[in-house]
Design a protein around this ligand. Sequence first.
Ligand code: ADP
Ligand code: 5GP
Length: 184
Amino acid sequence: MPAVFVITGPSGVGKGTLIRALRDLVPEVELSTSATTRSARAGEVDGVDYHFLDREEFDRRVTRGDFLEHATYSGNRYGTLRTEVEERNARGAPVVLEIEVQGARQIRATMPEAVQIFIAPPDPADLRRRLEGRGTDDRETIEARLAVAEEELGARSEFPHTVVNDDVARAAAELAEIVRGELT
Ligand code: ADP
Ligand code: 5GP
């Protein structure tokens, strides 16, 4: 059975950064491209970073049953398309889902064999520093994400694995250990 890995945690904790590092360390792991209704950030490419959909199209696909999970996060919709996972599983490739906590809970219910990993900040104050440092979001967006993060940090104990993203190389190595352990 090919593995599915769920990587979750608050915005700005470094999920995307760690997944990029993980893919250098464990190249066979493939990342599912999510769908979202949020606008593309500068440099983001449709079909690569996300499938950017308008709300009508997103809702149509929800009704059609195209999503493995979907959630509203900070005013926008996000979801994992079944085809993203099924096509990779059919080839025997392990898949990583980078999703927020509500979606992780849905996957836990529908796909209990998926390996769930929560990425935590060394200190909650790091989230603000990292979101501001990333420079992709305006002040209002950052405040909305930090408000959601408070609740998300409380979900940490639901997850069988936690990786503290203190130092990227160290945390990525720990993440790679967990992933390799499940693949062997
Ligand atoms: P997420 O995908 O969880 O929203 P990102 O991967 O985009 O988070 O990281 C948010 C910001 O924090 C980026 O600017 C990234 O370079 C920085 N960052 C990631 N990991 C660390 C770390 N361990 N220490 C310091 N900064 C980090
Ligand atoms: P961002 O707008 O920063 O790219 O993503 C916002 C949040 O949505 C992040 O926590 C990210 O992990 C999450 N997210 C991205 N794709 C999905 C998805 O397919 N499903 C769910 N539930 N969350 C997602």
